[in-house]
Design a protein around this ligand. Sequence first.
Ligand code: 5GP
Length: 175
Amino acid sequence: MEEIKNLKVLISEEKLNERINELAQEIYNDYKGQEITFICILKGSIFFTVELSKRMPCDINFEFIRVSSYHGENSTGIIEMKVDLQGDIKGKDVIIIEDIVDTGRTLSYLKEYLKSKEPKSLKICSLLDKKERRVCKIDADYVGFNIPDKFVIGYGLDVDEKYRNLPYIGYFENV
Ligand code: 5GP
């Protein structure tokens, strides 16, 4: 890929790999190698879901949900379900895999929605957390990195569908 102007690296590919190794170990130990259902929140969490699950030597079921709450760089605050669960999560150990917690609106909505499906347990794992932007009272059970209030891209995260395939987390200077 040619050089992208004003793009700075916030978290390198190496640091991402190191931290995802640690998270995978932590989750694997907590669940004692039992079967887990990962709910990947499309599209931003695809890279993280794949990398995390590759490092866990246990049975993992995959489900996918797509909600839209963001247009360009501003949250609308309105959550709309675009792709719903295909399987039944009743009685299962479920972990929501998210790319980033920002205002917390998406996860607050999803947590309530998924609780109504009666899983045995429900936790949240987010690669990134922007705590200072929080509007809803919600926290992830597993967090990769706490980051400052910057609009980040890469490793699944986009601006209008671009830059998802960058292998690191970056941001635009002066944006
Ligand atoms: P929340 O509902 O917590 O405000 O926002 C969650 C969603 O907003 C994330 O899943 C992500 O899609 C999007 N989002 C929040 N912050 C950022 C950011 O810094 N960069 C990008 N690309 N998306 C973000």
